[in-house]
Design a protein around this ligand. Structure first.
Ligand code: NDP
Length: 483
């Protein structure tokens, strides 16, 4: 059994109430540990500790921050096997994926912001006859970071690292569903010399711990990644308190596939963009829009490739699995009911559509076949609502205007993927896509310097690069007139 405690003031400790919640291994459906269930008393304690740490941390030199953040990255690299095993056990994702994406990306988040903070500059202006104005960028103080379960350490570090680099002290909450790697990060930060109290990690449920963080008057900014409904709830509490907010929310992303694209690359990348991490990435393409001239060919080739994808227990080493377990029973049931809804709405299942029962000891784990559905128009719930699982729909279009109209016809606006070799087409679609991110002839290629975030119901604000450092600092304009 793994017991996940809070990490406050550089020390592990249970929730003050002693309350815990069970942690379930999604590959077996069995409880394999407990998690501290923190409430507002734990948040009060963590804020008090963070306030004590803030004056010293906000005054550290950039060289010191650079060195500590890089040391953390090095230790993450050294603990790759331990962290990847913990991530895949907790989340259900294939072990190779944790090793290839999640854990290396967590390390690169530290390296990226270690360097970025040294290059972070602010504006200065001179006006005749003798006025100089410049902008200071100062840390906010105590900030809250709340992250989801789908890319646990990857997204947790994507938030906390710019906040630390900018000189803030943090109250952070990973998802209660996947708390283990964030917990291990505490000891890594101690080993790397991050002063106690700079990063405080609280565990527990959203309504209990998350709510207490969002509503604490001394936590001045909230960076949140998760569902749109939760994001709106957070706004309703933090908005009237005039907190700074950065919200990365859900998506219902479209890939627009034209007949002049590099077909083989498109096919391979589209399978990946639909089913990576069991389709549980906010950036996954869940609606494939295909030009009518290649619809039948694509449908046949895509369905064939999808039906060959291997689903297995996340730590499988006898053969390479493409998909592991769905993260929780609740989410598993939600995805299966979304597939049933698609059938009721008239959808035809071309591949998958069922749960999978693996041999013991994995018979109670949460496994779903990669699923492809056609025959639904853009007006149905299946094509409007986020499923966040291994389920994609196919739709046909005959003109560029129709393609972009279909792509934009949801309440979300996170990313759009364009497959074409015609630059006029690409620019037309990229310009008209209602999304914060556009990928052309690729998917999930991330340059960490670029702004990251969505429009419409997909979020508020941007993370990444300078945007993250701007979010975690307050600007102060100073104007001097020379005598
Ligand atoms: P949730 O919104 O359920 O949870 C996200 C985080 O918020 C968790 O830590 C959760 O805690 C916490 N939380 C839940 N309720 C509250 C509350 N009332 N107050 C404060 N915190 C709360 O999302 P999921 O974890 O289910 O993640 C999946 C969603 O995240 C999908 O919609 C997906 O699209 C989105 N997402 C968006 C990304 C983006 O960059 N735009 C990236 C990745 C995911 P707990 O889990 O412990 O209850």
């Amino acid at each position: 059994m793994i017991h996940v405690h809070n990490f406050i003031d550089g020390k592990y400790q249970p929730a003050l109430s002693g309350a815990t919640i069970p942690n379930v291994n999604p590959s077996t459906g069995q409880v394999y540990g407990t998690i501290a269930d923190s409430d507002e008393n734990d948040v009060n304690l963590a804020v008090h500790i963070a306030q004590k740490a803030f004056p010293a941390w906000s005054q550290t030199s950039l060289d010191q921050r650079f060195a500590i953040l890089n040391r953390i990255a090095d230790i993450i690299d050294n603990k790759m096997d331990e962290l990847a095993l913990a991530e895949s056990t907790d989340n259900g994702k294939p072990l190779w994926l944790s090793k290839k994406v999640d854990i290396p990306r967590a390390a690169s988040n530290f390296r990226f912001f270690a360097t970025a903070i040294k290059h972070f500059s602010s504006e200065s202006y001179y006006d005749h006859p003798a006025t100089l104005s410049y902008t200071l960028r100062q840390p906010i103080g105590i900030v809250g970071c709340i992250s989801p379960w789908n890319l646990p350490l990857y997204l947790f570090t994507w938030k906390i690292v710019p906040a630390i680099a900018a000189g803030n002290c943090i109250i952070a909450k990973p998802s209660e569903i996947t708390p283990v790697t964030a917990s291990i990060l505490g000891e890594i930060c101690n080993e790397a010399g991050l002063p106690a109290g700079v990063l405080n990690i609280l565990h527990g449920t959203g309504p209990n711990t998350g709510n207490a963080i969002v509503s604490h008057p001394d936590i001045k900014a909230i960076s949140f990644t998760g569902g749109t409904a939760t994001g709106k709830h957070i706004i309703s509490i933090a908005g009237p308190m005039l907190k700074k907010l950065s919200l990365e929310l859900g998506g219902k992303n479209a890939a627009i596939i034209l007949d002049d694209c590099n077909y083989e690359k498109m096919l391979k990348d589209t399978v990946r963009s639909a089913f990576s991490n069991q389709g549980q990435i906010c950036l996954c393409t869940s609606r494939l829009l295909i030009q009518d001239t290649i619809y039948d060919r694509f449908k046949s080739d895509f369905t064939h490739l999808v039906s060959q994808l291997k689903v297995g227990q996340p730590l499988e080493t006898n053969y390479k699995i493409d998909q592991g377990a769905i993260v929780s029973k609740q989410h598993f049931d939600k995805i299966l009911s979304a597939i049933e809804l698609a059938k009721e709405e008239g959808g035809i299942v071309l591949a998958g559509g069922n749960k999978i029962t693996l041999p013991p000891p994995f018979q109670d784990g949460y496994y779903i076949e990669p699923t492809v559905i056609e025959g639904l128009n853009q007006e149905c719930r299946t094509n409007k609502e986020e499923i966040f699982g291994p389920v994609v729909t196919l739709q046909k279009f005959s003109s560029l205007d129709e393609a972009i109209q279909l792509a934009n016809a949801t309440g979300y606006g996170l990313d759009t993927v364009i497959w074409s070799s015609n630059t006029d087409t690409i620019h037309y679609l990229a310009n008209n896509a209602q999304s914060g991110i556009v990928w052309v002839n690729c998917w999930l290629v991330r340059d960490l310097r670029t702004p990251f975030g969505g429009v419409k119901q997909s979020g508020l604000g941007r993370e990444g690069g300078w945007d993250a450092l701007r979010f975690f600092t307050e600007s102060k304009s100073v104007t001097q007139q020379f005598l």
